[in-house]
Design a protein around this ligand. Structure first.
Ligand SMILES: [Zn+2]
Length: 233
């Protein structure tokens, strides 16, 4: 292998490694991101709280209805007990019973409303629980896929690292330094292939002299525009 060809092969290995590392970072970010689950959990917590509140309200409404019925029963008992005989007093009790019954309608209506509120809260709680279960199942299956992909990439990285070591051993130390510095400056790409007399990295057409020089396997030629090392097959 010629001097530039060696560097070009190193570049190809490094580009693969760069791609792998980018994907590994993405995978980590997705695995670490539990926002959807957290949001779904917050919804189920709120729904449970709402359900308990409506149940509590219903209990108090039921107690109110029972209380009202007891009052009516007590008045009716008094009315039919025979202990009250005065017509005015009997009329008062009858009026009182009528008023208590009117108010019973109100508290019963209230109880009904609260029953409906409990039903609604129960439905909502079941719905958001279902959403949470789905989110958890989706995350589990997605994470399993990602972990599988991660282990495949890890294995590939290990292989490329071995290839890289091998490739580096055949490159002159100064060339390696130049390559690394260009990689830092040029978004990871230090070597550009020449195709149809163009630099494939920046698209510039090469001057004739530069093109001729780039074809030399023993000489390092830079693209005039992007400064990258040119590699012509
Ligand atoms: Zn260029």
């Amino acid at each position: 292998m010629g001097r530039t060809e060696n560097i070009y092969h190193l570049q190809r290995i490094d580009s693969q490694l760069d791609g792998h590392h980018r994907r590994l970072r993405d995978i980590k970010a997705i695995l670490d991101d539990d926002r959807t689950i957290k949001e779904a959990r917050a919804k189920t917590d709120a729904a449970e709280e709402r359900l308990h509140e409506t149940q509590k309200n219903l209990r108090s409404a039921k107690a109110h209805v029972q209380d009202q019925r007891a009052k009516i029963k007590a008045s009716e008992t008094r009315l039919y007990s025979g202990t009250v005989s005065h017509p005015k007093e009997l009329e008062d009790i009858q009026n009182e019973i009528a008023a208590l019954k009117r108010y019973l309608d109100v508290v019963e209506e209230n109880q009904l409303e609260r029953m409906l509120a409990v039903d609604e809260a129960q439905e909502n709680a079941a719905e958001v629980q279902d959403q949470l279960d789905k989110a958890l199942a989706e995350a589990e299956s997605r994470n399993a896929d990602l972990l599988k992909e991660k282990s495949e990439i890890d294995a590939s990285v290990a292989e490329f690292e071995i290839q890289r070591q091998d490739q580096v051993s055949g490159i002159d130390a100064d060339d390696l330094k130049l390559y690394e510095s260009l990689r830092r400056k040029r978004a990871g790409v230090a070597v550009a292939k020449v195709q149809d007399r163009n630099c494939t990295a920046c698209g510039t057409g090469l001057a004739s002299a530069v093109y001729q020089q780039s074809r030399s396997p023993s000489k390092i030629t830079h693209c005039d525009t992007c400064e990258r090392i040119l590699y012509a097959e």
